[in-house]
Design a protein around this ligand. Structure first.
Ligand SMILES: [Zn+2]
Length: 267
């Protein structure tokens, strides 16, 4: 029973943070060695080790071909929430980082003051290790970019997303939109609707101008920076008036892409 608990916790921490599971095992071993039994003390050991490992990872990851997006940066490109850095989900290849920076610079030039927010990137280590629930974020070349929003009165909002983590605030299709997944009832699917959450988010609207500009940049100029594939729901690319060979649809069983833009760079 105890072993099952350890395995579950190891699995959960590994899936969420990649290094957390191993840190947990080390912390557990240390606590046993030092004969520490109190829960608070054992938790303190884990947290100390986890924070140290997370702080050291940006220096180790480059040996594995990935670099970190900093959660302390306050320029035109920012990580949407410190959570992404705390969970080690902010790593990507140098090419992907350069593309994201170039996107944010282009956006700031076109719409001064605009901060481009990024969400899940990749874990720091091991090619092929997926960053759930994004199966494809496993090689450092994928990055999710948050949408840009306007408030209820139509005023431009900056550095905020409707959902606290940037995901799951879905844009509902307008009438006559292209809907490739309509009527499907897949049991095995990552296409969650999260209906129970939708009412909790502020009623801000998608900033079609800036979100369209970002999508257009990725589909055109972005190619010079290595962008080779972009995922967004067809009803949104249609609404934003953006098309391109590299603009794709992730399929009906993958996560919905009407709450963020996903892009991939070449190797
Ligand atoms: Zn993605």
């Amino acid at each position: 029973m105890r072993l099952l608990g350890v395995a579950l916790l190891f699995g959960l921490l590994t899936v969420l943070t990649q290094i957390g599971g191993v840190v947990y095992l080390v912390a557990r071993w240390l606590s046993r060695k030092a004969k520490i039994t109190g829960l608070a003390a054992r938790l303190a050991i884990f947290v100390t080790l986890y924070v140290s490992a997370t702080a050291a990872t940006p220096f180790l990851a480059p040996a594995f071909g990935r670099i970190a997006l900093s959660c302390f940066e306050r320029g035109s490109l920012q990580v949407q929430s410190p959570l992404y850095c705390i969970l080690n989900r902010n790593y990507l290849t140098p090419v992907a980082k350069r593309a994201a920076e170039a996107l944010s610079v282009a956006m700031e030039q076109k719409h001064p003051g605009t901060v481009t927010l990024v969400l899940d990137a990749n874990f720091p280590f091991l090619g092929g290790f997926p960053l759930l629930p994004h199966l494809s974020h496993n090689d450092g070349r994928k990055l999710d970019v948050a949408f840009y929003y306007r408030d209820e009165a139509g005023g431009v909002l900056n550095r905020v997303t409707r959902s606290p983590i940037g995901y799951f605030a879905f844009e509902e299709p307008v009438a006559d939109a292209v809907l490739p997944c309509r009527g499907r009832t897949d049991l095995l699917t990552l296409r969650w609707d999260m209906g129970f959450l939708q009412g909790l988010f502020p009623a801000w609207t998608l900033d079609e101008v800036r979100t369209g500009a970002a999508l257009r940049w990725l589909a055109s100029e972005g190619q010079e920076f290595g962008v080779e594939r972009i995922f967004i729901e067809p009803h949104l690319s249609q609404r934003l008036g953006v098309s391109g060979q590299n603009l794709g649809f992730q399929g009906c069983r993958a996560a919905r892409h009407d709450d963020h833009i996903h892009f991939q760079v070449r190797e």
